[in-house]
Design a protein around this ligand. Structure first.
Ligand code: SAM
Length: 332
């Protein structure tokens, strides 16, 4: 590895290692980042379900995306803060087919989703099934896990050949925890690596039998085309542009059938905007430049701008991050 990349690696490791283990374990799996309701995490799981079972579960995927939008809306309601009787009023309005409940406007995607479901349903549950009189701003795990239970049950009856999957920058198994809990993990030979040893300790503690190791995306310790798929979330913006290009080259080298990549900070301008913060970066990546970087390795790139995707498909305009993109890549 070149000297400047070695230096960048040291600085990256330092910037992630300064957090304590508990923070690293929790901070990317809560609130809007909770992989049960985070659209990019859901799209990654759907990517693998499609590779495993084709279009068989497309309807369930559509329902799960709707579920995530409704739960994100409820999460925003809870931030106000709201009393239980007000949530009940929202439910009453939905049952009556009304567009408003006291001061709350009910968005069309919620009404539409509610009318597509038999009664009772998860919207009834989350609006009326709270154990205490006031809400603390978060949605209890048993509501958030509605589709976790459904996928678990559905996939428990399925058979498939296994896929080998590599996840660079896996954090504390932030997504793998849910890939496993949703029943997808049983079909994957998964390897995760991260530069930050504390993340790997957390991941190994949760999954002693899964291959988690300390590793560097700038020098992936694996042979050419040694994995079927790679996936990655929220890494590239934190690298220098030079390092990002190396990382893209490394992932394209080891993945033989496809890559699913999530980005949290992109724009449609022609050029990347570089922003160094301390020992790492917080860049705004150009969609066009990043797409071209993957294409040079012979991948066809499907670009999903999360906000536009949700607007066009569900008339949903409340995305918490308008700069989020997911790229789905397949070899030419
Ligand atoms: C924003 S976190 C994302 C973690 C996880 N992918 C997620 O989405 O929850 C970025 C992660 O990238 C890791 N990382 C940074 N530079 C890396 C490198 N060169 N190689 C491997 N991992 C790296 C960090 O340790 C950190 O866990």
């Amino acid at each position: 590895m070149e000297e400047n990349l070695k230096l960048e690696t040291q600085r990256l490791a330092k910037s992630w290692m300064r957090h304590d283990r508990k923070i690293l374990r929790d901070y990317l799996v809560k609130d809007v980042e909770d992989p049960r309701i985070n659209v990019q995490s859901i799209l990654t799981r759907h990517f693998f379900v499609r590779q495993l079972f084709g279009e068989q579960f497309d309807d369930l995927m559509e329902h799960e995306l709707r579920f995530s939008l409704v739960m994100n809306w409820v999460l925003q309601l809870l931030k106000k803060p709201v009393r239980l009787c007000q949530l009940q009023a929202v439910l009453d309005a939905l049952l009556m087919g009304e567009e408003n409940a006291e001061e709350f406007e009910i968005p069309p995607y919620v009404t539409e989703t509610f009318s597509s479901l038999a009664l009772p349903n998860y919207i009834c549950d989350v609006l009326s099934g709270w154990p205490v009189e006031t809400c603390d701003g978060s949605i209890p795990a048993y509501f958030l896990s509605t589709f976790l239970t459904i996928w678990q049950e559905v996939l428990d009856c399925e058979f498939s050949r296994r896929l080998s999957v590599l996840e660079p920058a896996c954090g504390s198994a932030n997504d793998f925890r849910f890939i496993d809990a949703y029943g997808i993990g049983q079909f994957l030979d998964y390897t995760g690596f991260d530069l930050c040893g504390k993340n790997i300790c957390n991941a190994k503690q949760m999954f002693p039998d899964i291959c988690f190791k300390v590793g560097n995306v700038l020098e992936i310790d694996a042979g050419d085309k040694s994995f079927d798929y790679c996936f990655v979330h929220d890494l590239f913006e934190h690298l220098s542009i030079e390092a990002m290009e190396v990382a893209i080259g490394q992932m394209c080298r080891v993945a033989r059938r496809g890559i699913c990549a999530g980005f949290f900070n992109m724009h449609e301008n022609d050029r990347h905007v570089v922003r160094g913060i301390g020992d790492y970066h917080w860049n705004t990546l150009s969609v066009a430049e990043t797409k071209a970087a993957f294409e040079q390795y012979g991948f066809v790139v499907q670009v999903i701008h999360i906000d536009s995707f949700l607007r066009s498909r569900f008339d949903f305009s409340d995305t918490h991050n308008k700069r989020a993109y997911t790229f789905i890549l397949h070899p030419e």
